[in-house]
Design a protein around this ligand. Sequence first.
Ligand code: ZN
Length: 314
Amino acid sequence: MKTQGIHHITAIVGNPQENVAFYAGVLALRFIKQTVNFDDPETYHLYFGNESGAPGTAMTFFPWPNAYRGTIGGGQVGVTRFAVPRGALSFWRERLTSEGVVCKDKTRFNETVLAFSDPHGLRLELVEHEESPVSRYAYDGVDSTVAIKGFAGATLYSTAPEKTHRTLTDVLGFERVVEDDERIRYRASGPLGNTVDVIKKAASRGTMGVGTVHHIAYRAADDDAHAAFRSRVQESGLRVTPFIDRLYFRSIYFREYGDVLFEIATDDPGFTVDEPLEALGETLRLPPQHEHLREGLKGKLKPIDGKRFKGKIQ
Ligand code: ZN
């Protein structure tokens, strides 16, 4: 049993409106869900992805406008990598530069990678990725010929790389495919989010805060696979949470031996479970257990203007 790859990645950022302006405005991802952190309902949880936020495309954020900056380091996803269609990198180099984003070209495993940071310090990369399906969401001149498809992969900064390797292969079913002096690349079977790199040198612990990734989630096809993954996590000696209903998927969480917080999430039911595809992200959605808080949250959650960045499904 193998995961298909990354389900979603969740990071901590600052001001929510700045977060929406960058991911929906500049990167032209679809703002697919406006909800609260189910474990801390007085704060937002914002989701961005392809037209439906399909597994492998959802980048999600906890905006903490008054929190300190974190430091990127061991026990974190250090870099999040998005996939774009072949030939699209020059478009993105130009678009990002015109928005004042500083970009750097890198070559890795014979691929050109465009590296930059978001306004809150998260490290991001774009890479051309032919095999994955295109996004059907278009906004502001970014259409399926160039739009971000979803994740290409992630780079893990582990405090114990050898042990992280074992969790990726023995628990999640990734295959080790290639390495260079700096990193080892693992591959999963799905079309998106199917590579995870681990930096070979053990990293010293980063600190959680604005501009750092909180956790990375991997895909479980259904409840049977989810249960089997949970058993494997336990057999590997790691402590794992019970199954938790996150409304859009069901989750388990565990901190692997290299200190990175891993989640395994089911593909179903997805983001259309509480609003139609055409209206995703337009209004604040609350899970049933927090619906009674709606009135009180009005004074605590500053409204977000997402409509300004509304595009079209092609
Ligand atoms: Zn998650």
